[in-house]
Every structure is written in C-alpha cells, then in structure tokens.
Write a protein that binds this ligand. Structure first.
Ligand SMILES: Nc1ncnc2c1ncn2[C@@H]1O[C@H](COP(=O)(O)OP(=O)(O)O)[C@@H](O)[C@H]1O
Ligand SMILES: [Mg+2]
Length: 257
C-alpha cells in the first residue's frame, strides 16, 4: 500500500527539483487518474500509445509544473482489461514507449504499477532501471516485503533485466503506535541499511484530503509536513537514481512498485 501516493508525490517533488519527469499510470484501474483528475477516464493514455501507436507527445498531459507531464492509464474497454494486462507481461510491447520517453528528453519516468509482481508489472520490470518499493508499516506486510525483495534480487541477477532495487520506502508510519515503531525497527534490522530509505512517510489524513482535491500534497494551500518528506525522499533518491546536475542530458528510468 502506498504505491500510487508515492508515485504521484515523488514525481511532483522530482519535477519541482528541476528534473524533467514523466508520471505514468500503468495500473489498468487508473489509480493516478482517480487521485488527480475527475475526467481521467476520458483521457487517452498508455493503452492508446501501445495499442494504437498514438504519440507520447500527443497523449501526455501537462501539469502546473513545466517539468511534469502525466500519461494516464487510457480508455481500456472493460472487456479488454485482461488481454491488455497479458499483452504487457513480456515487456516487448512497452519498449517503443520507453524509447519515446528517452527521445522526448525525460530525465525520469515514474511508473505507478498495479499490485503484484506479474502481468503489467513484470513487463515494466523488464524495461526500467530502478525499482522503489513502498512498504506499509504493518505486521502482515512484512512477510510480503521479504518475498518482494527476494524476487527483485533474483531478477537483478537475470541477464535480461538491468533493474536495480533502489530501496524500500516505509509508508504510513504511526509515530504514536509502539507496534508501528516496532515494524520500522524490524525492517531496518532485517534489510541492509542502504536498502531502506531514510525518509519515513507518516500516516497523515492530508494524503486522503489531497487525493480528494485531486492534487499532489505539495500543491495544497498549506502543504503539510509530509509534502516536505517527499521532497527529502526525492533528494535522497537522486544520487541512487544516477540523477546528477552534471549529467542533465542523460535519461534515466525509474519505477515505483
Ligand atoms: N501516508 C498516508 N497516510 C494516510 N493515508 C494514506 C497514506 N498513504 C496512502 N494513503 C491512503 O491509503 C490508500 C491506499 O494508498 P495508495 O497510495 O493508493 O496505495 P496503492 O497504490 O499501493 O494501492 C489511499 O486511500 C491513500 O489515500
Ligand atoms: Mg495504486
């Protein structure tokens, strides 16, 4: 839990820091769209780019930030969802999209994936360079985290995949709950320290409020403290993603799972 929230707000923070950023909704349910745009269902998106060869430039929506564009999920007919998910699985059909993102000069592509490591996520993992795993601070999630980390480490050793696990970001931490604190400690003990990002995202009602308003946290009239934590997360991830001021012309691709 926390993938879509991380994808939207991390993309916003990176764009605010000057990186030319593309946020992509790869969840067929259109989670980014549900959070940001009441008319998202009517926008062309990844579906039209891949299945109808529409151009990235025509489909990507502009935002209040010049540096941030968004590709919505697209108008996927309900009886085509399963076929669409299967078609993404081997990653080949997405390759032209990633080439187009490179050609358009994006520094960073942040992709919001559906739950699970199969279907669209599997195909995306074959095309990206970095994976970020948002992890909710609750006991049951701990088990699936270890499976996810093992799966990604295994993928990294496969020749066909060049993607690196950039880190686990702990979400919905409750500062007042001993159980939540214990989970944070356990995860930090369990995983190598470089794999758990420092920025700790608290449980905060303003996250729900921001998605009701259809905006990133940083655009709320009075940005809540968690908006600043997303800025810190962006700053922390920059070097891990290979983003550096001296290499502005290189392109990098990132993934949020
Ligand atoms: N830090 C947080 N504090 C409070 N609510 C949150 C937080 N992060 C996410 N949520 C809420 O939890 C729900 C699931 O989050 P979301 O980011 O959509 O997860 P996922 O994409 O993994 O399903 C949403 O309603 C979202 O607004
Ligand atoms: Mg989601």
């Amino acid at each position: 839990m926390g993938k879509t929230t991380c994808a939207i707000n991390l993309a916003f923070s990176c764009a605010k820091r000057g990186w030319k950023t593309l946020l992509v909704d790869a969840d067929p349910q259109g989670s980014v769209g549900l959070s940001l745009s009441p008319t998202a269902q009517s926008h062309s998106g990844l579906y039209e780019i891949v299945t109808q060869s529409q151009s990235l430039n025509d489909v990507a929506l502009r935002t209040k930030l010049d540096t941030l564009k968004i590709v919505m999920a697209g108008k996927i007919p309900s009886n085509e969802v399963s076929k669409w998910c299967t078609s993404l699985q081997d990653g080949g059909s997405l390759a032209p999209f990633f080439r187009a993102a490179t050609d358009e000069g994006f520094d960073l592509v942040v992709i919001d994936t559906p739950s699970g490591m199969h279907g669209p996520t599997e195909g995306i993992l074959r095309n990206v360079t970095h994976v970020l795993v948002p992890q909710q601070c609750e006991p049951l999630a701990l088990r699936s985290l270890m499976m996810t980390v093992d799966f990604l480490n295994q993928l990294q050793t496969e020749k066909e995949s060049a993607c690196t696990l950039v880190g686990v970001v702990l979400c919905m931490a409750d500062q007042n709950s001993p159980e939540s604190k214990q989970i944070v400690d356990e995860i930090r003990q369990l995983l190598p320290s470089e794999l758990v990002v420092q920025a700790l995202l608290p449980r905060d009602p303003s996250v729900v409020y921001a998605s009701m308003k259809g905006m990133p946290l940083g655009l709320l009239r009075t940005p809540p403290p968690i908006a600043i934590i997303f800025d810190q997360l962006a700053a922390e991830l920059e070097p891990k993603l290979g983003l550096s001021r001296s290499k502005q012309s290189d392109e990098y691709v990132s993934l949020v799972v």
